[in-house]
Design a protein around this ligand. Sequence first.
Ligand SMILES: [Mg+2]
Length: 281
Amino acid sequence: MEGKPTEFKKTKEFLICIDSDGCAIDTMDLKHRKSLAPCTVYEWGLEEFRDAIQRRWREISLYSMDRGVNRFIGLAKILKDINENYKHVEDLDSLLNWVQNADELSNDSLKAEVERTDSPCLKKVLAWSELVNGSIRMINTDEKVPFDGVREALQKMTGFADIAIVTAANEEEIRKEWVYWDMIEYVEHIYAQEAGSKASTIHRLKELGYASDHILMIGDAPADLKAAQENGVLFFPINVREEKQCWEEFRREGANRFRNGIYAGRYQDEKITDFYDNLAG
Ligand SMILES: [Mg+2]
């Protein structure tokens, strides 16, 4: 199978949007451990602090309310921490200003900013980001394993809902993973970073005619919850370190509640409270 859903068509009354990284597929820890953290150590010459930096990356990017933030925002936090506690980071303010003020945080907009400012720190950030892209591509797809229970949940969902992947990652990469694990067959469409923000994607899907309480976003990061809330649709969290239990819970109970119109209210509120507690703890 080519694995390329083309145009999205509304075929059912329900829509489920699923985030991929750290939600359906266990890639977050892998990407931070094998790419983002080591590339930071390399680019800023931080070998002597390697372990501490690795640890901080995990604390900030995996186990806090910053989980899933844009890579440049994550990097700015880490470098600020490094600058305060380990080693001076030259021209750090250029990065801090850029992440705070830029309309778009991407390689393209960073390139334009480097040309405009000739900032030494931003030049390093661009080199870092390209190195991150290259090293992420080098992680074998067979290492990026779906969480237990995802497939069973998809089988259940596909009986009554249209399914879209809504991700901030690169489309080609996500497609490769879903094809590799034979899960693409459940999916109507992949909306990736090229499609715009998660919130704007959900907004566009809503316009296809699904009722607000017939749309559910499943995600692992505060940004996923925010995208759902901004559109007034439902949210089911996949909590870090509890992914398997969460997918089981969804298959056993969440999916039925969603389908039967008894999802919003106490059940969803409890899920969201647990989600925050898990990231804050
Ligand atoms: Mg995610």
